[in-house]
Ligand binder design. Structure first.
Ligand code: NAD
Ligand code: WQD
Length: 342
């Protein structure tokens, strides 16, 4: 029996595949490399010394994806494949709705056809919209402010309907907070295509000298130092949450929903300072206007996942920054550099 990992060549997917392989699971990856690089797959093999099956398929194409279900005994699906850039989703809503919704429908329809009953979904803290207070528990009201977030909430709603209609279908909705860091080998990590939108990849590119300075989006929020506060979580901890969720789905639990965060909020300047320390480089920054759509504070109450999954984030911001720096300094141009040197 195999775990199908859609988007398994991506940032969170590749870290999760490593843990699946290390736990002796058979893994089948499907990815179309729309936001990743084939080199990742070699690196995953190098790290684990284990093999897996791979299909280069666009998961919106149900006919092609069916080949994977025909050729393998799929027992569960972890569904990472999606477009994920908030700003881009505002500019290209149709592409986001098509990719994120259609690909999920095609996976779910095939699961129904092939009687696969375990599904783990990558949701996001973005479904809490502008939370009225922090820390955020799973029962907070849900809303979204952009098409990307809307796709996550629509899929969550779909999953709740599916679970209501079929009590044998086991679904884990995992709401990630802010994933950062990299595998400790320094061989895989986050590799944004253009100028990064997210804080930590931007900070690492300033530290390595690729970008001049960080724009800090506002220092007049109602937070301890005025800059935005978030719950940064090490990607390796996040990956581990998926294995714990799969174990839970084995107990025929129906639909479960968990926050995956550390429960700690750090400001932009906390992260800049931690990264400076880890990299021993100065991270130049200047304060600019707030970024439209940003909230002041967003951090999780992870108690439910701690108790029910037996999962807990182990790594703090020091490890997050050290590991991100190892990846960034060993691979200043991400995976592109590897291809150019071949
Ligand atoms: P990523 O872009 O690195 O990985 C997504 C992978 O899916 C990429 O390898 C991409 O090539 C692939 N993909 C996209 N559309 C596809 C399609 N139609 N067919 C086949 N492959 C396709 O992103 P990530 O950071 O690893 O995120 C994984 C999941 O977690 C996404 O669903 C994302 O929305 C969600 N998420 C991410 C964050 C974050 O900040 N990184 C936070 C919350 C939730
Ligand atoms: C973090 C903090 C910024 C960049 C996004 C998505 C969310 C989820 C995770 C997918 C904020 C500040 C940032 C910069 C800055 N993704 N910042 N200068 O916005 O919390 O969450 O990624 O599901 O849905 O919205 O993450 O890393 O962009 O920002 O000052 O150049 O850093 O204002 O306070 P965010 P982020």
């Amino acid at each position: 029996m195999s775990v199908l990992v859609t988007g398994g060549a991506g940032y969170i997917g590749s870290h999760t595949v490593i843990q699946l392989l290390e736990n002796n699971k058979n893994v089948v990856i499907v990815d179309n490399f729309s936001n990743s690089n084939p080199i990742v797959l070699d690196r995953v093999k190098q790290i684990t010394n284990k093999d897996f099956k791979f299909y280069e398929i666009d998961t919106t194409n149900q006919d092609e994806l069916e080949i994977v279900f025909k050729e393998n005994k799929i027992d569960s699906v972890i569904h990472f494949a999606a477009y994920k850039a908030v700003g881009e989703s505002v500019a290209k809503p149709l592409e986001y709705y098509t990719n994120n919704i259609v690909n999920t429908l095609s996976v779910l329809n095939l699961m129904k056809k092939y009687d696969v009953k375990k599904f783990v979904f990558s949701s996001s803290a973005t479904v809490y919209g502008d939370p009225h207070t922090c820390p955020i528990t799973e029962d907070f009201p849900l809303s979204t402010t952009n098409p990307y977030g809307a796709t996550k909430l629509m899929i969550e709603d779909m999953l709740r309907d599916i679970a209501k209609a079929d009590s044998t279908f086991n679904i884990a909705i995992l709401r990630y907070f802010n994933p950062v860091g990299a595998h400790s080998s320094g061989l895989i990590g986050e590799d944004p295509n253009d100028i990064p939108n997210n804080l930590m990849p931007y900070v690492s590119q300033v530290a390595v000298g690729k970008l001049k300075e960080l724009n800090v989006f506002g220092n007049d929020y109602n937070t301890p130092d005025g800059t935005g506060v978030r719950d940064y979580i090490h990607v390796v901890d996040l990956a581990n949450g998926h294995l714990k969720a799969l174990d839970k789905l084995d107990t025929n639990c129906g639909l479960i929903t968990y926050n995956l965060g550390t429960g700690n909020g750090y400001s932009v300047l906390d992260m800049v300072n931690a990264f400076s320390e880890a990299s021993k480089r100065e991270v130049a920054y200047k304060i600019v206007d707030r970024r439209p759509g940003d909230v002041a504070m967003c951090y999780a109450d992870p108690t439910k996942a701690n108790k029910e999954l037996g999962w807990e984030a182990k790594y703090g911001i020091q490890e997050m920054c050290e590991d991100a720096w190892r990846w960034q300094s060993n691979n200043p141009n991400g995976y592109k550099q590897v291809i150019e040197s071949l």
